[in-house]
Write a protein that binds this ligand. Structure first.
Ligand code: DC
Length: 222
């Protein structure tokens, strides 16, 4: 069976960076499932759809024309043939993703596409329901958290790097609202799988979290 490591948790816990580094070190494939929800939201916005229109947004999710291309050391993301690498990380895409991710038909539409990322020699998948719904048989399941304040500060740094203006209190509010929405929804709510290992990254460096994930893998492979 192809080995899978799932890294789930709230936004800003460091999942994306940790997943990328773990995948790089192992030479495994990477699934950034949040990007698929963000891209679905952007496709809906670009077509002028109301993001609460479940049928319309699910059709966008099914027909999503995306490409993840590795250029030098980073991933370039294209939607409908256009480079959306920066736009996909914007607050517009993040808030839109949180809305469309609550729609069961959208989650259903992205189900197979996510599973197709599971290819030899292995997969590192990050998101909210990787260990609970998409890859319930994963070899290693991590649930990565951090305090809302630490996550808001990390997010602020990322946005500043993207050249966006930032209000920390506003970001903290947004993070709390998104946590609430992601945890309270009935379709695949954000919660740790029963067999997930909980890791709180508030006081840990990225390197320490990566080391922790890799040691869990070694322990499972013995
Ligand atoms: O991880 P992220 O910030 O890129 O995720 C964007 C939104 O998509 C977030 O509000 C939660 C949602 N999401 C989800 O519901 N399920 C996933 N597997 C990944 C992301």
């Amino acid at each position: 069976m192809i080995p899978v490591i799932t890294i789930d948790g709230p936004s800003g816990a460091g999942k994306g960076t940790v997943a990328r580094l773990v995948a790089q070190q192992l030479g495994w494939h990477l699934l950034d499932s949040g990007a698929l929800y963000r891209l679905t939201a952007l496709a809906g916005i670009d077509r002028g759809f109301d993001l609460n229109d479940e049928v319309a947004v699910a059709s966008c999710a099914r027909a999503l024309a995306v490409a993840f291309r590795i250029v030098e050391d980073s991933v370039v993301i294209e939607l409908d043939g256009r480079d959306v690498t920066t736009r996909v990380r914007s607050e517009e895409a993040g808030m839109g993703a949180s809305a469309v991710a609550a729609l069961p038909a959208v989650r259903e539409a992205l189900f197979d596409r996510q599973r197709q990322f599971c290819q030899a020699p292995g997969l590192v998948a990050d998101g909210r329901d990787m260990g609970t719904t998409i890859f319930p048989n994963a070899l290693v399941k991590i649930f990565l958290t951090a305090s809302a304040e630490a996550r808001a500060e990390r997010r602020a740094k990322q946005l500043i790097q993207l050249g966006e203006s930032v209000s920390l209190p506003r970001l903290l509010e947004d993070i709390k609202a998104r946590d609430e929405r992601d945890s309270a929804r009935s379709a695949s709510p954000l919660k740790p799988a029963d067999d997930a290992i909980l890791v709180d990254s508030t006081a840990l460096s990225i390197e320490q979290v990566v080391a922790c994930v890799l040691s869990e893998l070694v322990a499972k492979q013995q």
